[in-house]
Ligand binder design. Structure first.
Ligand SMILES: C[S@@+](CC[C@H](N)C(=O)[O-])C[C@H]1O[C@@H](n2cnc3c(N)ncnc32)[C@H](O)[C@@H]1O
Length: 225
């Protein structure tokens, strides 16, 4: 178990993605680049809405909610969503365990499908540690468990993320430059994905690349140009 997980006091369950090296890569990056004035260079007083898409145990939303709670005077609303009801139930429980249930709004949704219209054009920052394995690798078995949603990224592995990107455009704030942070594996068809990202009008930056066993995990940041 990672130190951050211990600090956050989380429960896990067999139906929900248990934070792994990819999750911790995200959090270690932000631990380094968050301070009382900004996150990764974005001024905190310019941030009103943050979204943790595919929240799983809630770890990323809880990490930020905890940080902001101790930074009084900020008015940052944190949303966390997941396609799995089990993940929403668990992440709510984890938020409560950390005394942060009032700081996070949870939405049970397939990507943005169940998001209220009132959230359109609102988010300054979105995090997504998406499922990115080709679904057929996982669905070779007939035993289709809910937790497979944690890895199943569609036919080539990038489909879920591509749908997310298209939908995200309507939910990003047009004020200041909104950022989307996401992870992907070097085993994915990244050149094609990067070309699609550019075609949608985003500019991409690779923030960190770390080697784990048989792949590199890459943390990216994109913004609208
Ligand atoms: C790799 S896990 C990451 C979980 C957590 N954010 C973390 O880093 O530990 C991917 C998460 O995305 C969720 N997910 C998969 N497809 C989704 C979709 N279409 N809409 C919303 N969430 C989805 C899964 O249920 C899972 O919780």
């Amino acid at each position: 178990m990672d130190d951050i997980s211990k600090e956050l006091n989380l429960d896990f369950n067999k139906n929900v993605y248990k934070p792994l090296d990819d999750t911790y890569l995200f959090l270690k990056y932000f631990k380094q680049f968050i301070n009382k004035d900004n996150i990764d260079g974005i001024k905190l007083n310019k941030i009103s809405y943050i979204l943790d898409m595919g929240t799983g145990t809630g770890i990323i939303a809880i990490f930020f909610a905890k940080y902001f709670k101790s930074n009084l005077g900020l008015n940052i609303k944190i949303y966390a969503s997941d396609i799995l009801l089990d993940a929403i139930k668990l992440s709510k429980k984890n938020a409560k365990k950390n005394g942060l249930e009032k700081q996070i709004v949870f939405i049970h949704s397939n990507l943005f499908n169940n998001f209220p219209i009132s959230l359109k054009h609102k988010f300054n920052i979105i995090f997504f540690n998406p499922p990115y394995l080709p679904s057929e690798l996982i669905f070779k078995t007939t035993n289709k468990k809910k937790i497979f949603y944690s890895w199943m990224g569609g036919k080539s592995g990038t489909e879920t993320f591509e749908k997310f990107l298209v939908q995200s455009i309507e939910f990003l704030s047009p004020i200041e430059k909104p950022y989307i942070y996401f992870l992907f594996s070097s085993n994915s068809p990244l050149d094609e994905l990067y070309a699609k990202i550019e075609k949608l009008g985003f500019e991409l930056k690779i923030l960190i690349k770390i080697h784990f066993f048989f792949e590199d995990i890459i943390l990216h940041r994109i913004t609208r140009v």
